[in-house]
Write a protein that binds this ligand. Structure first.
Ligand SMILES: *Cc1c(COP(=O)(O)O)cnc(C)c1O
Length: 406
């Protein structure tokens, strides 16, 4: 029996240029983002400028984590305690966590069979008079129809904040994810598209939102020491009104990230090559369904999701177990018991009684998820596909009348 022996959580090494720059920062002793020699721009300041340029946004703030960026974004756009915030029901725990951290109340929106936010459900929920915000998660890199989504939100005066933890580098119709809403948030945590262990970005074109975000992040009164920030006049009033929620990035992380940013588009192409091979292979397996991905969606597939739409919960559990024994540990968001990084909306019990989201439950019940780290090559992807195909064959095909038995 063939098994797969590589780790799905093994990322590539930090590029040598990043390691060298990090060593320089450590040798200088100036790790704090505002600690510079003779007012030279620090690694963090330069990184912010470079990421703003990459995104095509006016401003960028580097901070301690993606979840922190989401929290500060909520605050900076004006979410007040008790405010409702629309949010995908299919997302990762830091997303409702960021809303909760800002005092907001998540209102979950259903999920389509293609794993994006359901725009019909969004429209019906955005119509409510007391709903003014959407924290949109491009979950697992799947972009909804952004033209339609923005039209809905504009029609109902809903401010959009994008969680781009899985879409750094991705676009919709040539426009970067993160540049549709008022704020874009990104993560540079190890399992995302750039790796600094922990870290995140917040981007926006809005002067006041960025000024607030910078002060929230813990700039003290050093906000003029930012290269991708609004003019200092913007800070005049808000600097007295905005608390310091300390969550800066430091020069060591920024030093590691700058060479990765220079290489990001190339890495994105490599992910998509692995994805295309895996997708093509999985498409050949009769019991597996791959999501439709519209042409306008220029995704970055650092992971792959697929469904086994005709299988029940017991079948899925057996399938996962058999794949796992053969070295292919798949994630399953349908599990009633949250495991590892995956949890479902009904396990965020601090939010009170779980809402009824039958469509999301149905979609998550049969959806499997797998990372495609760049430490894999084409042969690895083919072997993984082969194992999944064999397991499907053993479990599901042979049970059908007339199917071959092996
Ligand atoms: C990782 C992630 C976050 C949070 O990022 P951290 O840097 O880990 O705080 C937010 N949303 C999604 C969808 C994520 O995957």
């Amino acid at each position: 029996m063939t098994t797969f022996n590589k780790s799905f959580t093994q990322q590539e090494a930090i590029p040598d240029a990043g390691i060298e720059r990090a060593l320089e920062v450590m040798r200088s002793g100036r790790l704090h983002r505002y600690n510079s020699a003779a007012c030279e721009p620090t690694e963090t300041e330069l990184l912010e400028k470079e990421f703003a340029d990459y995104q095509g946004s006016r401003y960028c703030l580097a901070c301690a984590s993606g979840g922190y960026a989401l929290h500060v974004a909520m605050r900076a756009v004006g979410v007040n305690p008790g405010d409702k915030v629309l949010c995908n029901a299919f997302t990762l725990a830091p997303v409702p966590g960021a809303i909760h951290n800002a005092g907001g109340v998540p209102v979950f929106v259903e999920t389509t069979d293609d794993f994006t936010i359901d725009l019909d459900d969004l429209e019906s929920k955005a119509t409510a008079a007391d709903v003014h915000y959407l924290l949109l998660s491009h979950m697992r890199g799947h972009l909804a129809d952004m033209d339609r989504l923005m039209a809905i939100c504009n029609r109902h005066d809903v401010v959009v904040i994008e969680d781009c933890a899985h879409t750094m580098g991705a676009s919709w119709n040539g426009k970067k994810s993160g540049s549709f809403g008022q704020v874009g948030c990104f993560s540079t945590q190890t399992y995302k598209h750039m790796n600094s262990g922990e870290g995140g970005f917040l981007t926006t074109d809005d002067d006041e939102v960025m000024a607030r975000a910078i002060i929230y992040s813990g700039s003290y009164m050093l906000y003029e020491r930012h290269l991708a920030a609004p003019p200092k006049e913007t800070f005049a009033r808000i600097r007295f009104e905005t608390p310091n929620y300390s969550g800066r990035m430091d020069n060591l992380r920024a030093a590691i990230l700058r060479p990765q940013l220079a290489n990001l588009d190339k890495q994105c192409r490599r992910w998509n090559e692995l994805y295309r091979i895996t997708e093509a292979g999985l498409k050949q397996i009769p019991c597996i369904r791959l999501p439709e991905r519209p042409e306008a969606e220029e995704f970055v597939a650092s992971s792959i999701q697929f469904a086994l739409p005709n299988q029940n919960e017991a079948d899925i559990q057996r399938f996962l177990k058999r794949c796992d024994t053969r070295g292919v540990p798949l994630k399953w968001f349908g599990d009633a018991d949250p495991k590892g990084y995956t949890s479902r909306f009904d396990s965020w019990r601090y939010l009170g009684e779980a809402p009824s989201l039958p469509q999301t439950e149905r979609v998550l019940a049969t959806m499997c998820d797998m990372r495609l780290p760049l430490t894999f090559d084409e042969a690895d992807c083919r072997l993984i596909v082969r194992i999944i195909a064999e397991v499907c064959d053993e479990l599901f095909l042979s049970a059908e009348p007339g199917a071959h038995s092996s």
